[in-house]
Design a protein around this ligand. Structure first.
Ligand SMILES: Nc1ncnc2c1ncn2[C@@H]1O[C@H](COP(=O)(O)OP(=O)(O)OP(=O)(O)O)[C@@H](O)[C@H]1O
Ligand SMILES: [Mg+2]
Length: 289
C-alpha cells in the first residue's frame, strides 16, 4: 500500500469517502458554474469569478492561468473551502462537495480529505514549532491514519533523515514546499490544489518540485489543479488548461493545443507576455493597447 492510499475507515470518524479513484467512472473533480462576487467599497459588486466549469480526471492535471487579479486564487479558494461560492457546484468523485464549512468536526475532516491545498508560501500552512516528521504525524493522527506513514511520505517528497527532525525555519524554501506537499498528501486527498506553489522557488528547484508532482500523481492517482501565472510551468505539468480573464474563462482545452494555437486574443497576449527568445516588450504593450 502506498502511503497516500486511503486507510481503513477509523471507528468514530464519519466515513464519507468514495471508493478509491482508480476504476471510478466519475472524474476526481467536477466544477460547474462557479461564481464569486465581492462587495465594492463604493457599492455594487466585483465579479471575481463567474461561469467557471471544468473536470479533472483521476491522476489528471488542470492548469488555471491568467494575469494578476483574473480570479485564479478565487477559484482555488472556492475549491478548497476558503471562500464560499455564490453559485455553482463542486463534485469530488461524483459526490457533491459541501460548500459551507460543516459544523461537526468529523464532517470537516471528511471534507478536508476531498481537496487539499498547497500555497505559495508554506509558512502559512506549516506549524513553526513542529519538526517535519511531527508535522506529518499530526496530520496523520487527525485523520486516523497510521503514524508510521510519516516515513514513506518524507521519502515520497525526497526529504531525508536530517530534514525529518528539522523545524520549518531550518528548511530551505524548496524543502519547506516539499513538506507542505507531504502534509497535504498525509490526509490522502482526491484532489490537490496548488496556488502558485512553485512561484517563489528558483528555477532548478521549481523543476524538481514539478518532477515530484508528476511522480506523485502517477503513484497516488491524486488529481492536480495547478494555478500559475507561468505558462511554461503549466505547459510542463498539465493536460488541460483554463485561461481566466476578469473572472471569466476565456478559453479552455488541451494545454498543448491552447498554448500552441490559442484561439482567444487574450491567450495570445498572455503568451506574447512571456519573456523568451525573440520577445518584444513593445509588441506586448502595443497588443495591450
Ligand atoms: N476577499 C476579497 N474581498 C474583496 N475582493 C477580493 C477578495 N479576494 C479577491 N478579491 C478580488 O477578486 C479579484 C480576483 O482576485 P484573485 O486573488 O482571485 O486573482 P488572481 O488571479 O489569483 O491574481 P494573482 O495572480 O495576483 O494572484 C481581484 O480583483 C481581487 O481584488
Ligand atoms: Mg492568486
Amino acid at each position: 500500500m502506498t502511503p497516500t492510499e486511503h486507510a481503513a475507515p477509523t471507528p468514530g470518524v464519519e466515513d464519507t469517502e468514495a471508493a478509491p479513484g482508480k476504476g471510478s467512472t466519475s472524474p476526481a473533480l467536477r466544477v460547474d458554474g462557479l461564481r464569486k462576487t465581492y462587495p465594492l467599497p463604493g457599492g455594487g459588486r466585483l465579479t471575481a469569478a463567474t461561469g467557471i466549469s471544468f473536470t479533472v480526471p483521476h491522476a489528471g492535471a488542470l492548469g488555471i492561468v491568467g494575469e494578476s487579479g483574473s480570479g485564479k486564487s478565487t477559484v482555488a479558494r472556492m475549491l478548497v473551502g476558503l471562500a464560499r461560492p455564490d453559485a455553482g457546484r463542486i463534485e469530488v468523485d461524483g459526490r457533491p462537495r459541501e460548500t459551507r464549512t460543516p459544523r461537526r468536526a468529523a464532517a470537516r475532516l471528511a471534507r478536508a480529505r476531498e481537496i487539499q491545498m498547497v500555497f505559495q508560501d508554506p509558512y502559512v500552512s506549516l506549524d513553526p514549532h513542529l519538526t517535519a516528521a511531527d508535522c506529518l504525524r499530526t496530520a496523520l493522527k487527525l485523520h486516523g491514519r497510521p503514524l508510521d506513514l510519516a516515513g514513506s511520505l518524507l521519502d515520497q517528497v525526497g526529504l531525508g533523515a536530517r530534514e525529518a527532525t528539522a523545524r520549518p525555519s531550518r528548511l530551505s524554501g524548496g524543502q519547506r514546499q516539499r513538506l507542505a506537499i507531504a502534509r497535504a498528501l498525509a490526509v490522502g486527498p482526491r484532489v490537490l490544489v496548488l496556488d502558485e506553489a512553485v512561484a517563489a522557488l528558483d528555477v532548478s528547484i521549481q523543476a524538481q518540485i514539478l518532477q515530484l508532482l508528476g511522480e506523485i500523481r502517477e503513484e497516488t492517482g491524486v488529481a492536480l489543479v495547478f494555478v500559475s501565472h507561468d505558462l511554461a510551468v503549466v505547459e510542463h505539468l498539465t493536460e488541460e488548461v483554463l485561461v481566466m480573464r476578469k473572472g471569466e474563462a476565456v478559453e479552455q482545452g488541451p494545454t498543448a493545443e491552447v498554448l500552441s494555437a490559442p484561439a482567444h486574443p487574450y491567450t495570445r497576449l498572455l503568451l506574447a507576455s512571456v519573456p523568451r527568445e525573440g520577445w518584444e516588450p513593445q509588441l506586448v504593450s502595443r497588443l495591450r493597447g
